[in-house]
Design a protein around this ligand. Structure first.
Ligand code: A3P
Length: 273
């Protein structure tokens, strides 16, 4: 009985959220040519890409109190007062962060989408730390892990976006490639957005998009936490592979088993994501 009630409540929440997102996307947004969407599963490096795009546009001189002022989270307009007007006042090119599936966002052909992926294990562990911060408590990792294996947020995002990653208005960027060669990936993003990248501005852009700079200015990047909880450590570790090391053998097997059918369906190996 408790399971049924829980299921109904989740279904009601999902329905409400979908209704709110659809209203934002199809009623209030009024797409403009050149709008930029940064489309990611949670914890895949969304904020990093927001900063990269903003600094490329402003040639490394971009300043703000908080990143969400210059690159808002599309889904949050669902509960923002005067959302339609606020969206209309944003200067072009608008840079939106979004975790919506491809099917819900349906990015217009004249928009630009930067689709960022990150390995499931790193994303999962990053998300665990995020949820602990949001609760102001150290949660049991295994319980969290088992629940996420059922929720399948990462998988459903991949299932919806991966087949669209080569559309003419989509650029796929891997978090891992950003860590390995940020300059090369910055150039890819600049070319995709048709932005100049003057050699004399490159050092400032590289500095402002570095892990060290963003960690030093954590408060400008961390999302507001409920009940005044600290968002310290939002720019946390920025590593590749440490998520997998954090899983025990049983969790690694379960993760692989959970993802194997999806990778088969998409015709990929996990390494390509
Ligand atoms: P970790 O928790 O693994 O460190 P999102 O913005 O999608 O919520 O993603 C947050 C993750 O991106 C965090 O991962 C954070 O540290 C990482 N990140 C943010 N800025 C980064 C940067 N400049 N370099 C490397 N990783 C960065």
């Amino acid at each position: 009985m408790r399971g049924l009630v829980g299921g109904l409540m989740r279904a009601r929440w999902a329905l409400r959220s979908a209704r709110s997102w659809l209203r934002v996307r199809y009623v209030w947004l009024k797409p403009r040519p050149g709008d930029i969407y940064i489309a990611t599963a949670a914890k895949a490096g969304t904020t990093w890409m927001q900063q990269i795009v903003f600094q490329l546009i402003h040639e490394g001189r971009g300043e703000f109190e908080h990143i969400l002022q210059v690159s808002p989270f599309l889904e949050q307009f669902g509960t923002k007062p005067q959302a339609e007007q606020v969206l209309a006042r944003l200067p072009s090119p608008r840079i939106f962060k979004t975790h919506l599936s491809h099917g819900l966002l349906r990015p217009p052909a004249n928009s630009r989408v930067i689709y960022v992926t990150r390995a499931a294990s790193d994303t999962l562990v990053s998300y665990y730390h995020h949820v602990c911060r949001a609760h102001g408590a150290h949660l049991d990792f295994d319980q969290f892990f088992q629940r996420e294996m059922k929720n399948r947020g990462w998988s459903s995002h991949l299932r919806s976006w991966w087949p669209n990653r080569r559309a003419p208005n989509v650029l796929h960027v891997r978090y891992e490639d950003l860590v390995t060669d940020r300059e090369r990936e910055l150039r890819r993003v600049a070319t995709f957005l048709a932005l100049p990248l003057p050699p004399e501005r490159l050092p400032d852009i590289l500095e402002k998009t570095s892990f060290e700079y963003m960690k030093r200015h954590n408060a400008r990047f961390a999302p507001p936490m409920p009940g005044g909880l600290s968002a310290e450590g939002f720019i946390r570790e920025g590593k590749v592979g440490s998520g997998r090391d954090a899983l025990d053998a049983g969790q690694q097997v379960l993760l692989e088993r959970t993802l194997a059918p999806l990778f088969r369906e998409l015709g990929i190996t996990g390494n390509e994501v």
